[in-house]
Design a protein around this ligand. Structure first.
Ligand SMILES: [Zn+2]
Length: 220
């Protein structure tokens, strides 16, 4: 008798099991409700998954598994559809998660705001600011949407803080390559001259609205 071969199953079956074992989003660690599966950073639809009928054994699956991730719908949208956005949406979201104490809901509101604002700017062909100052002074003021303007302004300033932190961190690394790699501690206290209260950001959306960034055009 030869060594018993490992049983082969279609990839779709492994993925079905995989999906059931994932409880938290691989990006934001939020408890998963609706799951989006990605392979190599690209969303793979339910239909496409059902058609993955390649027969593989457990070893094959262990190798294949490295390419797959289970994301919440919010992160799935962000990571797979917003790579070319006007703003660095993904970096901004990570900054809010890692460097602030904001709740998941507040972070989501900031990100939704900034996405809409980015789409709004892109539609008007506003060039990306070359200096982070533009996020704090009023150089973008005239381009802000006419409705909910203050919420966009707040999101823009928060994004400016993220961009400033990026620059400071970069400069810090260049100056102190061998020493500590902590972010400047006093940074979180700097608010570009004005204290911004996250609570000022009103709740704006359900997930349906996120799919329609052009909604801004209709608010006039
Ligand atoms: Zn997530």
């Amino acid at each position: 008798m030869t060594v018993q071969q490992l049983k082969k199953r279609p990839l779709s079956r492994y993925l079905k099991d995989f999906k059931h074992t994932q409880t938290h989003c691989a990006q934001c660690a939020k408890l998963l409700d609706r799951i989006t599966l990605t392979r190599g950073g690209e969303i793979v639809s339910k239909t496409a998954i059902a058609q993955l009928d390649t027969l593989i054994d457990e070893n094959g699956w262990q190798a294949e598994r490295q390419s797959w991730a289970a994301l919440c719908r919010f992160c799935g949208d962000l990571y797979c559809k917003e790579q070319q956005h006007y703003f660095d949406i993904i970096g901004f979201k990570e900054y809010l998660f890692e460097q602030t104490e904001m709740s998941h809901g507040t972070i989501r509101e900031y990100v939704v705001r900034l996405r809409r604002l980015g789409n709004h700017f892109a539609l008007q062909n506003i060039p990306s600011p070359t200096s982070t100052k533009a996020f704090f002074d009023d150089s973008l003021e005239e381009w802000l949407p006419p409705t909910s303007t203050n919420n966009y302004r707040i999101a823009l300033r928060k994004y400016g803080q993220f961009q400033t932190l990026n620059q400071n961190t970069l400069a810090h690394f260049q100056e102190n390559k061998s020493t500590s790699d902590h972010y400047p501690k006093d940074f979180m206290l700097q608010e570009g001259g004005k204290r911004v209260n996250p609570d000022e950001l009103t709740v704006v959306s359900d997930s349906g609205e996120i799919e329609q960034p052009t909604h801004l055009q209709l608010e006039r």
